[in-house]
Design a protein around this ligand. Structure first.
Ligand code: GLN
Length: 398
């Protein structure tokens, strides 16, 4: 054996390649396309938030934070959840600060899924769910949102497949992953949906992982329905959220998990040997910024305005817009665009749109494990007015 050759080994994630977000952002950069693909704001965060983090650094808050997170931040989160959703999480035993939502999801899955356990996901689903389940040795049971079509055959909406969900839940179900507001479709769960889910898991030992990172992006006067607002679900749920989405700092990678003490205890066992503790000055900065509630209460109006501008701009085009009650994503059916584009699969359509029209988007098919083509793509509207205007100018040629 050549001692200079790296030994080979079986991949733990043989099917995983580069994420679609990286692929599309790279293609957008290569072609100077406007990037409405990967979900991140292209506008700056509040200078005040940066000043708070700076102040923490200058005050020498630069050593390890407590493993569970800085107390001031956990207290602030507890207060925010209680005010908005009416459930008290004890900051000491029920709230943990994480290095973003993805780490929170990964750690939650690893902390409760044992080899052979079944974990239910609802596709289209965010791309980090399945690899976490695979690494834990769990068995992913995926069911798909129901695609509702109009008379013209275009995708008009997505619906929760209650019958499939009811059939999928059994005594082997360890965890059900839900996501509201939903990436990529923008769907939101309402109170009746939470009630239905609660009824389905009532006599089982299934836990819930609720990805609510877009919690402050719910529009048209509607409320976000968190699992925290539902006592029965709260008692068996990991609730995940993220400051990156809420305060326009996706690159900071700070989020949190709120969960009952027995779940938090297991979560922290994994967290302390994976991350140990999240970056300290960011946590202090976020804690003082979070104390001003208008920083998140203003968010629905802020993003609704962007959604409305974007939708109005796409109206004259041949895209059929899906409803966007939440999230910062707009899905669109492109089947009326005419041949040959309308016949392209979603990934090829997105490539064509990026290279030929100069606007990058994400194929919804990337959120399914098995090839599922509906002719729908996702745009991110978390962009400055002028970016949206510029993108619309290009899209209006279609
Ligand atoms: N959440 C972001 C999106 O859906 C992407 C995050 C990432 O690139 N991993 O676009």
């Amino acid at each position: 054996m050549n001692p200079l050759v790296t030994p080979s080994f079986p991949s733990r994630l043989p099917k995983v390649g580069t994420t679609i977000f990286t692929v599309m952002s790279t293609l957008a950069a290569e072609h100077q396309a406007i990037n409405l693909g990967q979900g991140f704001p292209d506008f700056p965060c509040d200078r005040k938030l940066i000043a708070e983090v700076n102040a923490a650094m200058l005050a020498d808050r630069n050593q390890y934070a407590p493993m569970a997170g800085v107390a001031e931040l956990r207290n602030g989160i507890s207060k925010k959840i209680e005010t908005l959703y009416g459930h008290h999480y004890d900051p000491d035993t029920e709230i943990t600060i994480t290095a973003g939502g993805t780490q929170a999801i990964f750690t939650a899955v690893l902390s409760c899924v044992s080899p052979g356990d079944e974990v239910i996901i609802i596709e289209p689903a965010f791309d980090c769910y399945r690899p976490a389940i695979d690494l834990a040795g769990g068995k992913t049971i995926s069911i798909s949102l129901q695609v509702v079509r109009n008379e013209a055959g275009q995708v008009a909406a997505y619906e929760i497949p209650w019958d499939l969900l009811a059939n999928a839940i059994n005594h082997k179900t360890r965890l059900v992953l839900i996501n509201t507001p939903h990436n990529p479709t923008g769907m939101v769960w309402d109170k009746a949906d939470l009630d239905r889910l609660a009824a389905l898991v009532r006599n089982t030992s299934a836990l819930i992982l609720s990805d609510e990172v877009y919690e402050h992006m719910v529009y048209d006067g509607a409320k976000h329905h968190s699992v925290a607002s539902h006592p029965e679900l709260a008692a068996r749920s990991f609730l995940v959220s993220s400051f990156g989405k809420t305060f326009h700092v996706t690159g900071w990678k700070v989020g949190y998990v709120a969960a009952p003490p027995s779940l938090t205890k297991e979560f922290r066992k994994v967290h302390q040997f994976n991350v140990f503790a999240v970056n300290t000055p960011m946590q202090y900065g976020l804690a003082s910024y979070l104390s001003d509630e208008k920083q998140y209460l203003n968010l629905p109006a802020f993003y609704q305005a962007k959604r409305d501008v974007f939708r109005a701009g796409l109206n004259p085009t041949k895209f059929k817009l899906l409803p966007t009650p939440g999230s910062y994503f707009q899905c669109a059916d492109y089947s009326a665009l005419g041949i040959p584009q309308a016949k392209l699969n979603e990934a090829d359509f997105c490539k064509w749109l990026t290279t030929e029209v100069g606007v990058a988007a994400i194929p919804v098919s990337a959120f399914y494990d098995q090839a599922t083509e509906s002719g729908v793509i996702r745009f991110c509207f978390a962009k400055q007015e002028q970016t949206l205007a510029h993108a619309l100018q290009r899209l209006q040629t279609l």
